[in-house]
Design a protein around this ligand. Structure first.
Ligand code: DQA
Length: 145
């Protein structure tokens, strides 16, 4: 029997406030609600979700899952623009990582134009709202050999 794909969604700092935080940028829906929708949309996938506001926790999670899962959908929040450590972790692990941003960071402040992780990711999606996570799951599934 073919193995079930295992996909993790990792959200970084402040993304626990989705639905409350700057709704004009990030929308009105909480991530927990959206995640339940994703789980019912993809019953054939073992879909997991992890959030942390702490860089070290995100590093530990990448190390823990990054050598065994099918793929990782990663929204590192503001750490995108600052963290060489997370970039190194994405480079070090074996599972493909898709970088997702809810907003279109390319049209926002200059400090959001840098992503230290992007060179080591299998792709990125930005500015598609929460739907970007769904798209990234499909992209990761299509990478499977
Ligand atoms: C974000 C964009 C980042 O610049 C910001 O710091 C976030 C959210 C996004 O999903 O659009 O926290 O990653």
């Amino acid at each position: 029997m073919a193995k079930r794909p295992v996909i993790w969604i990792l959200n970084g700092p402040n993304l626990n406030l989705l639905g409350i935080r700057e709704p004009e940028i990030y929308g009105n829906q909480s991530f927990d609600t959206y995640f339940r929708q994703l789980q019912s949309r993809y019953p054939e996938i073992d879909l997991h979700y992890y959030h942390s506001n702490h860089e070290g926790d995100l590093l530990d999670k990448l190390h823990e899952i990054g050598f065994s899962c099918t793929g990782i959908v990663f929204n590192p929040g503001a750490y995108t623009h600052t963290s060489i450590a997370l970039a190194d972790a994405v480079k070090a692990i074996e599972s493909p990582v898709f970088e997702v941003h809810i907003s279109d960071v390319s049209r926002r402040e200059p400090f959001r134009q840098i992503s230290y992780l992007r060179p080591y990711c299998s792709g990125h999606i930005m500015g598609e709202g929460l739907a970007g996570y769904d798209k990234a799951i499909r992209e990761l599934l299509s990478l499977r050999k």
